[in-house]
Design a protein around this ligand. Structure first.
Ligand code: ADP
Ligand code: MG
Length: 425
């Protein structure tokens, strides 16, 4: 499928005069970092995204501003590009079918369609050798009535289009469950048992068309309000047996899907001594993302090859090499909340206390987080995505702290968090 190698650095001296161009469906921050990696290696890039000021569109050679299913837009993308990837899993699978019929497209429509649907996804994840959270599919009122008591308290999740905790409702009783499903307009859902989490982690692999598969180290992730807040990667961030299990399971999932591209799988680590731990074991597989992942942003600064470079390599058929992490790393997500002056310092945690007294400066459009102070700390790498409007919960950028030891990386990251008003971790 992807046997052809698209070498970088075509000059056009002997050929068509056209640089090899790589395309990406979606213009968000993941697309932007893909574009930047591709350009660093000498490719031209094209982005398809309807937003005229999308983060990736702003830095790409070409930006096709149409809807994802627009036939003319897709035709233009195919005309420009030798190979096309995707940066978010909700790119309509039919668009990838169209692209895949005429161009190298990785990941393929089949894998993306599975990752887009929690019901299909769970069936595949369960083949990894690691269990999924106990769950029930809810598509009909009969299925709603048949939900086992053991799944409560639970989390009702829409089968499609959820991200960053959106499309999810926590429910404690059958009455709450029925109300929650109504609030989600009775779309197909899964109800998952609420599990006692000791931690969360993720593994990112890159798999080539020839089956070669390489992995990054296991990332220890802290979520707040359903959104990734902090990722920590260094030796002994997790027990070695769990690291092994998570990497093996992720590779098995990639293999089973005949996956080509960068794939991230998220896991729960269950609290020891709980009935759930006794029943399921320490590790539970949560979900997958058919693309680079927020928990892999540290690879840009702490690894010799980043997740975005591996995305370029899998797309172009270039060799994959096992990445090497050269620095301990802590990544902090920079959400739009930080652009609100009242969220500075400790106020993010106690926002209720600040509301009334400081309301006046709430909408200070000139306020910026204290970047100069943060960048005075050693090993801080700031990445902003070029988004022109900050809003609560919006991912505006991230910051990676690299250091020789885990202790140093953590200490600097805590200080950066304090300066920015991010809760300590
Ligand atoms: P999203 O697609 O929004 O990332 P997830 O299913 O990963 O959705 O859920 C977001 C977060 O909510 C998880 O990272 C975890 O912190 C929490 N969560 C989700 N499912 C469960 C569960 N079954 N038990 C406990 N916590 C959960
Ligand atoms: Mg998730």
């Amino acid at each position: 499928m992807n046997a052809q190698v698209l070498l970088p650095g075509a000059t056009g001296m002997q050929g068509s005069g056209q640089q090899t161009t790589l395309g990406v469906m979606g213009g968000g921050q993941l697309g932007r970092m893909f574009v930047q990696a591709a350009q660093a290696m000498g490719y031209f890039t094209a982005v398809l995204d309807p937003d005229p000021i999308s983060p990736a569109g702003l830095v790409s050679h070409y930006h096709i501003q149409t809807d994802y299913l627009d036939q003319q837009g897709l035709a233009q993308l195919m005309q420009r590009c030798a190979a096309i990837t995707t940066e978010f899993e909700n790119v309509p699978a039919p668009a990838l079918v169209t692209l895949g019929a005429a161009r190298i497209t990785a990941p393929g429509a089949v894998a993306v369609a599975i990752a887009q649907d929690r019901i299909k996804e769970k069936a595949h994840l369960a083949l990894s050798g690691v269990p999924v959270a106990p769950y029930a599919v809810i598509e009909t009122v009969e299925q709603l009535a048949d939900v086992p008591d053991a799944l409560l308290p639970g989390i009702l999740k829409t089968a499609r289009l959820g991200y960053d905790g959106k499309g999810q409702v926590r429910v404690n009783s059958r009455a709450e469950l029925a109300a929650a499903w109504a609030s989600l307009h009775h779309v197909p859902c899964v109800l998952e048992q609420l599990l006692p989490l000791a931690a969360e982690c993720s593994v990112i692999v890159a798999r080539a068309a020839n089956g070669d598969c390489v992995n990054f180290p296991v990332q220890l992730n802290l979520h707040r309000a359903g959104i990734l807040a902090v990722t920590q990667v260094y030796e002994e961030n997790m027990p070695p047996a769990l690291i092994q299990q998570a990497v093996t399971a992720t590779k098995a999932i990639a293999e089973e899907l005949h996956y080509v591209g960068v794939l991230c799988v998220e896991f729960f680590v269950l609290a020891e001594g709980t009935p759930e731990h006794a029943a399921l074991g320490a590790l539970v597989v949560n979900e997958m993302a058919p693309r680079p992942h927020n928990s892999g942003h540290y690879t840009l600064d702490a690894c010799d090859v980043s997740q975005f470079e591996l995305q370029v390599r899998t797309l172009t058929g270039l060799p994959l090499v096992q990445p090497r992490q050269h620095s301990a790393a802590v990544m902090l997500n920079l959400l739009g909340d930080l652009w609100d002056r009242n969220n500075g310092g400790q106020s993010q945690i106690n926002s209720a206390e600040n509301n009334s007294s400081q309301k006046q400066s709430d909408s200070d459009p000139n306020y910026l987080p204290p970047w100069a102070q943060v960048l005075a700390l050693p090993g801080v790498h700031l990445h902003l995505y070029g988004k022109l409007k900050a809003s609560k919960g919006r991912k505006m950028g991230h910051l990676t702290v690299t250091a020789a030891t885990a202790q140093q990386a953590r200490a600097v990251a805590q200080e950066a968090a304090r300066l920015l008003g991010i809760e300590a971790f």
